[in-house]
Design a protein. Structure first.
Lengths: 403, 271
């Protein structure tokens, strides 16, 4: 980097992170996005709004989430200390709820009585259904038909919470198609519907406001690490699908030059096989779902099928801020395969008694590799973005266990 | 004067309104598109919106989603559909062609390469659904340089402020989306459309085409009384879907629908 960048100053007023981001949607949605941006810009510095958000974070979500030193895991790996930011301990079991609480507060201010969401692994759907139940809002969740199958437990949780889960059978029947369908719903019902986007993608202002709500992860981790170790961590590691848990951890550290960062994409069967969900590693810039970012596409600009064992990472795009951070070289984007993630899922469960979501297991897998190359006095903070209960059926099936 | 401006000025001189069919290129096979375009012109089409297929058509309903899937399965790409336009131009140098679709396939081809090829084969305008004027600032000069009109959408939710921006940024014509929703969703309300079109006219001198929700001759007739152009898409694409197993009959099936609309529009008394 030739020039020092103030990362806190982005996106620019038009929602761009360098050449990425923006607002690429059909005209029908422009007014709603402009309204949302105006409301958010007014509320984000409003002490009452911040107090409401902080109150819910403390008393409904259970924050701050602990920063836990995984001592046995660190010893086993032999190298840097691995610390886990325990987002898995949040109410509903993942980081997703930080964002849905924030957006639900916005929906309440704007006066919309219905919320919709897209979901992959179901964590964002559950978090959306949860806040909808609490605020008495109607909630419909779009989910790829294949994901409905592989995340049955979360589907049933959403139903119990009073949300309607709508299986999406178009396209590749996964997260991207759920997003397409949610956009179609929103364009039709924009007058009374608030779209709770689950990740740092989509049209401006979503990547900005989702990042801001999720940044509570990094603010806490920074403070906790300073308090417990008298110093900042040497490295941060988080998995990247759309990238909301990663940006939440990274963002408050971006101006700390001594902290290196690793975003772990789903390498599926291996990048070289083409069966993966790693647009930053193997894609190229394009426009999808309202923003310009790295995409997995063919030479004609058609989006191609992705693969990952974890439904939450099975997405052909990535948040635009990550695309920008990649080009700037501020964050290193790396991969973990299905097999590596599964091995890390088992290791963390056995050694620490913590069962990670398969998404988060990608971050754990890479952190173990990274730690082995570092010294014992160095600190790695891993975002343990969700817990693995939802994945038990997937892992059991691989083990040949039937209930 | 380019083909689009000339067409609207000729129509205005004869007191007629533009009939603007939309079909997806390569649907259901690449071979059917050229005879289909020719049949639509013979049936009274004034301007043709030719869809560029995309894997993720977010603003479209199921009818056009499936058209995209059929087209892509048959191997159609932006490059190949531009070749089809070149073939069309060998026998028709008057009917304007507007390419309609999503940004990513155009961006993947490269804006300069795309615009140059459009100019070469005789494309007159481009309508990119997910490219609002604010995001078009960087690419608009490239299109302009190659004499391509940039057609923008106006929606029921568009504010007066935005109409002003769109009116200034757009060229060729404006496309008023008569419904909140995806293509092929519902039936439009002619009274509402009339009042919105009158509002839009305060912000632009461009001709106004109206689309979404025009299903038959009667809705085409009603819209033609208030707009300069009537865009019909899903109703035609449904004909293509219904006859996908026998593509040879598609040009005539689509032409029949258009003829009924043409007739209703031309016999309609304004007001």
């Amino acid at each position: 980097m030739s020039e020092k960048i103030d990362f806190a100053a982005f996106p620019d007023p038009r929602g761009h992170f360098g050449r990425y981001g923006g607002r690429f949607v059909s005209e029908t949605l422009m007014a709603a996005l402009e309204d949302l941006e105006a409301v958010y810009n007014r509320l984000k510095d409003d002490p009452q709004f911040q107090a409401d958000f902080d109150y819910d974070m403390a008393h409904y979500v259970g924050r701050p989430s602990p920063l836990y030193f995984a001592e046995r895991l660190s010893k086993q790996v032999g190298g840097a200390q691995i610390w886990l930011k325990r987002e898995d301990l949040n109410h509903t079991g993942a980081h997703k709820v930080n964002n849905t609480i924030g957006q639900a507060l916005l929906a309440k201010h704007i006066g919309k009585r219905r919320v919709i969401a897209e979901t992959g692994a179901g964590q964002h759907g559950v978090a959306s259904a949860t806040v909808a139940a609490r605020l008495g809002l109607e909630c419909q969740v779009y989910m790829g038909a294949d994901d409905v199958e592989r995340q049955k437990l979360n589907v049933y949780r959403m139903k119990l919470l009073g949300a309607e889960v709508i299986p999406v059978t178009s396209g590749s029947r996964t997260l991207k198609d759920a997003l397409n369908e949610a956009m179609r719903d929103w364009v039709t019902n924009v007058d009374h519907t608030f779209y709770i986007i689950g990740t740092v993608a989509g049209p401006h202002p979503y990547p900005m406001l989702v990042r801001d709500f999720q940044s509570i992860i990094g603010r806490e981790a920074r403070e906790q690490c300073l308090k417990m170790n008298d110093r900042l961590p040497d490295a941060l590691v988080a998995c990247v699908g759309g990238g909301s848990n990663a940006i939440g951890l990274f963002h408050p550290f971006l101006n700390d030059e001594s902290v290196s960062m690793y975003g772990v994409e789903a390498a599926g069967d291996g990048i070289e096989t083409g069966r993966h969900s790693a647009p930053l590693a193997a894609g190229r810039p394009g426009v999808l779902h309202g923003n310009r970012t790295y995409l997995m596409e063919n030479d004609d600009g058609q989006i191609i099928d992705t693969h990952s064992i974890s439904a939450g990472l099975d997405y052909p795009g990535v948040g635009p801020e990550h695309a920008w951070l990649k080009d700037l070289g501020r964050v290193n984007y790396v991969g973990a395969t299905d097999d590596e993630a599964l091995a890390a899922f088992r290791t963390l469960t056995h050694v620490e008694g913590i069962m990670p979501a398969l998404e988060s297991a990608h971050a754990v897998a890479y952190a173990m590799k990274l730690a082995a190359t570092m010294s014992e006095d160095q600190i790695i903070v891993v975002n343990l973005s969700g817990r693995g209960d939802k994945d038990i059926l997937t892992v059991a099936a691989l083990d040949g266990f039937t209930f | 004067m380019n083909r689009i401006a000339k067409r609207f000025s000729d129509l205005a001189a004869s007191g007629r309104k533009a009939l603007i069919p939309f079909v997806t290129a390569g649907d259901p096979t690449p071979e059917v598109t050229l005879p289909l375009l020719q049949a639509m012109v013979a049936a009274g089409a004034d301007i043709i919106e030719l869809g560029m297929p995309f894997s993720d058509p977010m603003a479209d309903g199921p009818v056009i989603q499936l058209a995209c899937e059929r087209s892509l399965a048959g191997g159609t790409s932006v490059r190949s559909l531009l070749d089809t336009v070149a073939s069309f131009r060998k026998t028709d140098n008057d009917t304007p062609i507007v390419l309609m679709g999503y940004l990513n396939p155009v961006e993947a081809m490269g804006y300069e390469v795309f615009a140059q090829r459009c100019a070469e084969v005789g494309v007159d305008g481009v309508l990119i659904v997910d490219l609002p004027p604010e995001e078009a600032l960087d690419v608009a000069p490239t299109f302009r340089e190659h004499n391509l009109d940039l057609v923008f959408l106006v929606a029921p939710t568009t504010t007066d402020e935005r109409m002003e921006i769109i009116g200034k940024a757009g060229s060729g014509y404006l496309y008023y989306v008569s419904l909140k929703g995806v293509t092929g969703a519902a039936t439009l309300d002619p009274v509402e459309v009339k009042s919105r079109v009158e509002t839009i006219r305060k912000h632009t001198k461009l001709p106004i085409g109206v689309g979404f929700g025009i299903k038959d001759a009667e809705s085409a007739r009603l819209v033609s009384q208030v707009a300069d152009g009537v865009v019909v898409g899903s109703a035609l694409v449904q004909q293509i879907a219904d006859n996908a197993a026998n593509p040879a009959v598609i040009p005539e099936k689509v032409a029949a629908v258009l003829r009924s609309m043409r007739e209703a529009m031309d016999n309609s008394k304004a007001g």
